[in-house]
Design a protein around this ligand. Structure first.
Ligand code: PLP
Length: 401
């Protein structure tokens, strides 16, 4: 307390209360590790990749660290280094056939920084952003940061693919944008071309109905982690008013280094004005510019990726265990998450039962997907293998009930 006033604002007080389950889970994990030893605790709660960055990235780190060129560490344009933005624009052009001008690319502090500058640029107070549930719930905080709010639309309960009909039901006169996230956290779903085409039709129908542009924000930090020949989305090919948000947190395993970008489609309404807004927002949200050193590093490795075969192996190992234990789940086509159905019908009770077997997972409600749990398999393969007995015992406990 400072006088009679609480030190922090009322909204934040609420947010801290709601967000505390993640901290609790972390503390619970640390406690379990102290009691049982780290190798007996199976922590699948966090999407923090255990794999290391590719060798080419490590080499860039060393090379750029030795760069004595004067000015290397100075401020730059709030949008980032021109040569890096041009390289990103060229890469998007090669991948999608639609090359944004370099001024439409802004280097950011990860995808989280990208989402915040996009939402600050687009939203007026009270504006709505549609997200397909289950979804990465940080979106709620990001929208709220800029006076907006998330409106949920449903996905198919079997495939977790977004429903165009649900989108049309969710859009109102206040809808400014729709967020897509493919490959998806938490479901691992990858939206195929047919799905994107149907969504594009629905977005156009909504634009016509309400007489204003609806931007499609494609949050793509997992775009290079796909399995079984799944094709990552090319949103510029499907939506005119598209904005890509990407980062190197997962593709190059650089989550702690905070580097990514936003790219506005050259076909988007007011594309240049939006880019101007993004650059300004990068500045006034206090990011100023994306880390200079990391811009130089990723520019050397724009097409590099962690070894996806390693994730595929982890995915297959955890799927085999869950299958054996009798869980119901969809095999993920991308990212490194599974979103199985809980056993029984009480999410909290299921989570607590899992903890009793030293398994840490996140209840699906944390992603607006009740009745499920999220399991992040970006952990050591040995951890997955060692968890088999615990999952079988957990399932056996429920089988007895
Ligand atoms: N979007 C989704 C769907 C995520 O899962 C994450 C991180 O886990 C982010 C955005 C933020 O990524 P970054 O580390 O690039 O800020």
């Amino acid at each position: 307390m400072t006088g009679n006033q609480p030190a922090i604002n009322k909204r934040l007080t609420e947010d801290l209360k709601n967000a505390s389950f993640i901290r609790k889970m972390f503390e619970q994990g640390e406690e379990l590790k102290k009691i049982h030893g780290a190798d007996k605790v199976f922590d699948f709660s966090l999407g923090n990749p255990e794999v290391e960055p590719p060798e080419s990235v490590r080499e860039s780190f060393v090379r750029h660290a030795g760069d004595q060129t004067p000015g290397t560490h100075r401020y730059m344009s709030n949008a980032g280094y021109p040569h890096v933005r041009e390289s990103v624009a060229e890469l998007i052009g090669r991948q999608s056939g639609i090359k944004p001008r370099a001024n439409l690319v802004v280097m950011t502090v990860g995808a989280a920084g990208g989402l915040n500058i996009v939402l600050k640029t687009l939203l007026d107070p009270g504006d709505e952003v549609v997200a397909f549930a289950p979804y990465f719930k940080e979106y709620n905080f990001y929208a709220q940061n800029h006076g907006g709010r998330i409106v949920e639309a449903a996905t198919d309960p079997e495939t977790f693919l977004p429903s165009p009909e649900a989108l049309e039901r969710a859009v109102t006169a206040r809808t400014k944008a729709v967020i897509l996230n493919s490959p998806n956290n938490p479901t691992g779903a990858v939206y195929d071309a047919a799905c994107l085409t149907a969504l594009a039709d629905a977005v156009r129908a909504c634009e016509k109905k309400f007489g204003h542009t609806i931007y499609v924000i494609s949050d793509e930090p997992y775009v290079s982690i796909v399995y079984d020949g799944a094709v990552p989305p090319q949103v510029f090919c499907h939506f005119e008013n598209a904005i890509i948000i990407n980062s190197y947190s997962k593709s190059l395993a650089l989550a702690g280094e905070r580097i990514g970008y936003v790219a506005v489609s050259p076909n988007a309404a007011d594309a240049d004005r939006i880019a101007e807004g993004l650059v300004f927002c990068n500045r006034v949200l206090g990011f100023v510019n994306a880390p200079a050193f990391l811009q130089r590093v990723v520019a050397d490795s724009l097409e590099a990726s962690v070894d996806v075969a390693v994730y595929a192996e982890k995915r297959d190992a955890i799927c085999a265990i869950l299958r054996e234990a009798g869980f119901t789940f969809r095999v993920p086509q991308g990212a490194f998450y599974l979103f199985p159905k809980i056993l029984g019908n009480d999410e909290e009770a299921f989570k607590d039962a899992a903890v009793r077997h030293n398994i840490l997972i996140v209840p699906g409600s944390g992603f607006a997907g009740p009745g499920h749990f999220r399991l992040a398999f970006c952990v050591a393969t040995e951890t997955i293998q060692r968890s088999r007995g615990a999952f079988l015992a957990l399932a056996a406990e429920y089988a007895k009930q």
